[in-house]
Design a protein. Structure first.
Length: 354
């Protein structure tokens, strides 16, 4: 009799265990219910020895607003070790009959979703030769790289800008990317995009530049990158008139949208936003909604991804982004610690000490 009980117990244990194994095997993903974090920075300081030279007019700006390539690599390693994994910002919201709603997203067990975005990415011609790369290119093997003129010679690199660095990092650590997502490029248009002078004011070789940038955009999209609008002219939203603001949107639609396609994400320049005026949606905000934007991103070190309410029922989906730059690293901003330790990341080798 005892033997039968034992056999029964062992058999039951086997059933339970195999059930658990199956449950884990089938349940490798879960719905993430907490707020999705969003970090952003600018183009990287590719040549810190040039950027931080005492005679460089951009030295202070770079030291305040930007991070170096080495800092970026350390940050990626730390994010990965802390179980963050990149997710496409467009997966986090949905338009349900005109109402923009947050979406729960599926992520692999053990991972926390993260959005990484990069502002401007135009490689402004006025700042060329001052420490950043000149442009994003595709090399002879079809890989994303950067091109920079150094002492009159073109230097092609894979390790001095966030695009090729992140490409390489995800190749080495595929679980850092959920469903192939990489980052969001928050573009402006006044000086073209990605280092190509695609703006209408370029009367010399605009079409040539458009032809050159198109395959790069295609490659970026294939590799999991997506795009957001960071305005056309990077103006202070509150300092321009409604008419100028509408003109701005038109320029974006005429010059950038035909290259990258429509995007639903709007990233306010300087993080300065205006959604309401006198308790109602402002005219400028309505113009943005009419242009197809659905998710609006500001800047804030506290996590915020929610709805901005109005007196009416119409709500606006708004997301704050934590800034990674020279200032937040130097200040050792406490909001960065869940992601990385700023002290370990800070580039003491190249940054000016005073
Ligand atoms: Zn910007």
């Amino acid at each position: 009799m005892k033997k039968i009980v034992y056999i029964f117990l062992i058999f039951s244990l086997f059933i339970i265990c195999s059930g658990f194994t199956n449950a884990f095997a089938n349940n490798e993903e879960y719905y993430y219910t907490s707020t999705v974090e969003h970090l952003f920075t600018h183009c990287l300081i590719a040549y810190p020895e040039i950027a931080f030279k005492k005679t460089n007019p951009m030295r202070d700006n770079y030291n305040i607003d930007c991070i170096t390539k080495d800092e970026f690599i350390k940050i990626l390693n730390s994010l990965y070790q802390n179980n963050y994994a990149l997710v496409d910002i467009n997966e986090t919201f949905k338009n349900k009959n005109g109402k923009i709603e947050k979406q729960k997203i599926k992520v692999p067990v053990g991972k926390k979703p993260l959005i990484l975005s990069f502002d401007d990415v135009n490689y402004d011609h006025k700042k060329m030769g001052l420490g950043m790369v000149d442009k994003i290119i595709i090399d002879n093997n079809g890989n994303l790289a950067t091109s920079t003129l150094i002492n009159g010679k073109e230097e092609i690199s894979y390790s001095n800008e966030f695009i090729p660095i992140l490409e390489d990092f995800v190749n080495k650590h595929p679980s850092f990317s959920i469903r192939g997502a990489k980052g969001t490029l928050n573009l402006t248009g006044y000086d073209g995009i990605l280092g190509y002078r695609t703006q209408s004011k370029n009367l010399i070789n605009r079409q040539e530049e458009i032809n050159k940038v198109k395959p790069i955009i295609k490659k970026l999209k294939e590799n999991g990158w997506n795009f957001a609008c960071h305005s056309y002219g990077h103006y202070h939203m509150n300092k321009i008139s409604y008419e100028q603001f509408c003109e701005e949107i038109k320029l974006w639609q005429n010059e950038v949208e035909p290259l990258i396609g429509k995007t639903k994400v709007y990233v306010y320049p300087y993080g300065e936003w205006e959604v309401y005026a006198n308790g109602e949606k402002s005219k400028k905000h309505i113009a943005l909604e009419n242009a197809g934007f659905e998710l609006f991103c500001g800047v804030g070190m506290k996590t915020y991804y929610s709805y901005l309410p109005t007196k009416n029922t119409s709500k606006v989906l708004f997301m704050d982004r934590k800034v990674i730059d020279g200032t937040t690293l130097r200040k050792k901003d406490s909001n960065l610690y869940p992601f990385f330790n700023p002290e370990n990341v800070y580039d003491y080798k190249f940054r000016p000490s005073a």
